[in-house]
Design a protein around this ligand. Structure first.
Ligand SMILES: C[S@@+](CC[C@H](N)C(=O)[O-])C[C@H]1O[C@@H](n2cnc3c(N)ncnc32)[C@H](O)[C@@H]1O
Length: 346
């Protein structure tokens, strides 16, 4: 082992050790409105001005801003009056609430919910199950009951899911030619981010968002615009209630919530409902077959441990589940983004 490699170990170690500090700096700057204020002011501001406008201490704000500069979330310019801060392109694009690609709501969901649950990661690994009882005093059996413990939490979760689709929804919907499928059901379609991508790419298709009644009500009221008339809604529980006939069923980030037996139950039901020649599109983040990564998928899999009943899977694992339910001609498409697509045909 060369001495140069040895020298890198402490750097890597400290980087990992500081991971949660870095997340918290970004969460705090977002929550306080630093990036939104700097976008609106269309120029640079001093830390005193930022602190005053956002109602914080000057000493705290100055240190937060400097750390954001270290993370390349802000740029600083030294003038005779002192330091002046402005957003970087990354912050303007992804950290301001108003940007079309904003990840603000996703970060807030991580800050307010995921972060709290991860306090119990050690317990989750010991117990092999989600930590809603410890984190929120809620039943670990009813994961969506715990996730939707208030309407505010549900909206935050829905906003967070849609934030991902604003940056990679088009890639998963375009991964296969879905134009032959005109009647599409997005099972667990939630806030409709993917349904919106789908109708914009396939002008002859209609998409029905099938989700739990309280989710559908909020999706209708707050997320899907009335002019998007090719999107309709269906209130139901996909484990207990009938699934209507369709050409294509989208299951985006659904199977990763559930253990294999529940996935089989759902896929078998979908296979029965599916028109002959129709199909099912799985949208998930895929683990490498040799277990080497990608790190994002490995992290998501731990999120599933701490907050759900399922896990992230490899393409062969999804293919096996699809084949066992009856689907054939299974194709896997990696998009190079966070989420990939798998199509199975009936
Ligand atoms: C992880 S979210 C994925 C949402 C959406 N497909 C996306 O990728 O943005 C899981 C979705 O499944 C819905 N869901 C959970 N259990 C359900 C059930 N039994 N019946 C119908 N929908 C359900 C949830 O309400 C939620 O919208």
């Amino acid at each position: 082992m060369s001495s140069t490699q040895d020298l890198d170990y402490p750097r890597i170690l400290f980087q990992y050790n500081n991971g949660f500090l870095v997340s918290n700096i970004m969460f705090t700057a977002c929550e306080l409105g630093v990036f939104g204020l700097l976008l609106a002011s269309e120029g640079s501001l001093s830390s005193d001005a930022i602190a005053e406008r956002l109602g914080t201490s000057v000493s705290g704000m100055e240190r937060l801003l400097d750390a954001c500069v270290g993370l390349k979330l802000l740029e600083v310019e030294m003038k005779s009056e002192g330091a002046f801060y402005r957003n970087t392109e990354l912050s303007n694009l992804y950290l301001t609430k108003s940007s079309p690609k904003s990840q603000y709501h996703n970060l807030m969901y991580y800050s307010k919910t995921v972060y709290l649950c991860w306090h119990y990661l050690t317990d989750a690994v010991r117990d092999g199950k989600n930590q809603y009882e410890r984190a929120f005093g809620m039943s670990s059996e009813d994961i969506f009951g715990a996730l939707y413990r208030s309407e505010e939490e549900m909206i935050q979760f829905m906003d967070s899911l849609n934030a991902f689709w604003s940056i990679c929804g088009r890639d998963v919907i375009a991964a296969f030619d879905l134009s032959p499928f005109t009647v599409i059901y997005d099972l667990g379609g939630c806030a409709g981010g993917l349904a919106q991508e789908c109708i914009s790419l396939y002008p002859k298709s209609t998409v029905t968002i099938y989700d739990l009644p309280k989710v559908v009500q909020v999706a209708k009221e707050r997320f899907v615009l009335p002019e998007e008339h090719r999107i309709t809604f269906h209130e139901g529980d996909f484990f207990k209630d009938p699934i209507p006939e369709a050409d294509l069923y989208i299951l985006a980030r659904i199977l990763h919530d559930w253990a294999d037996d529940k996935c089989m139950q759902l896929l078998t039901k979908i296979y029965k409902a599916c028109k002959p020649g129709g199909g099912v599109l799985l949208v998930e983040t895929l683990l490498n077959e040799d277990k080497t990564g990608p790190l994002e998928a490995q992290l998501f899999s731990l999120i599933m441990l701490v907050q759900a009943e399922g896990k992230e899977r490899m393409p062969t694992e999804y293919s096996k589940l699809l084949a066992a339910a009856g689907f054939r001609e299974i194709q896997v498409k990696k998009t190079g983004k966070l989420y990939d697509a798998i199509l199975g045909r009936k």
